[in-house]
Design a protein around this ligand. Structure first.
Ligand SMILES: Nc1ncnc2c1ncn2[C@@H]1O[C@H](COP(=O)(O)OP(=O)(O)O)[C@@H](O)[C@H]1O
Length: 190
């Protein structure tokens, strides 16, 4: 099993690239953001728990997110591997994943970060907000909260994965195809 964690700030292009990578490597794409949005739309219990946090640009509590993620992983026992997009986002979540994956005989293969400058990313999100209908993309204040959450809670994961020799960075500026190529060259060399 090959398990890739796609890592990057909001707007870095994780979702866009995941679409190509999942096809190429036959991976199951698990986007916690997408799963939460699906639950919000369908007004499930999970959606109700997540809504306030998401609408404000804050992280949903770890227990809720991790339980959901484990549930999703367990739905795909025969997959060639997972492409985790938006998870883990905190040290607690990274540790939870490192505890859970061995129980299914697996582990994180590599973490790949898409890197880009904050100002470019904020502009991308505001642009996306015009058409995506995402509340959290329409308000610069909420976007700033997400960056703050990222810097405080998610950025420390870089050190966590570097210590395990599992961290790879890719330049996230360029055409979609260029970036896909950079990502595939990292994966092909794992
Ligand atoms: N791993 C996670 N832990 C906690 N909350 C999460 C997680 N993944 C997604 N969320 C919630 O869903 C929102 C949207 O996620 P996502 O679409 O991945 O956003 P972004 O474009 O900001 O990276 C986040 O702001 C957060 O509220």
């Amino acid at each position: 099993m090959i398990n890739i964690v796609l890592f990057g700030k909001p707007g870095a292009g994780k979702g866009t690239q995941a679409e190509f990578l999942k096809e190429k490597y036959k991976l199951t794409h698990l986007s916690t953001g997408d799963i939460f949005r699906f639950n919000l739309k369908n007004d499930t219990d999970l959606g109700k728990k997540a809504r306030v946090f998401m609408d404000n640009g804050e992280l949903v509590p770890c227990e809720v997110t991790t339980a959901m993620l484990i549930d999703e992983v367990n739905k795909h026992p025969d997959t060639a591997g997972f492409l985790f997009d938006g998870y883990p986002r905190t040290l607690d979540q990274a540790q939870a994943l490192d505890k859970f994956l061995p129980t299914i005989g697996s582990g994180v293969t590599a973490t790949i970060a898409l890197e880009a400058d904050d100002e470019i990313l904020v502009a991308r999100l505001l642009e996306r907000g015009k058409t995506s209908g995402r509340v959290d993309d329409q308000d610069e204040e909420k976007i700033r909260v997400r960056y703050q959450e990222y810097n405080e809670k998610t950025a420390p994961l870089i050190g966590y994965y570097k210590e395990q020799n599992k961290f790879h960075a890719v330049n996230g500026i360029g055409t979609i195809e260029d970036i896909t190529e950079r990502l595939t060259s990292v994966i092909d060399n794992l």
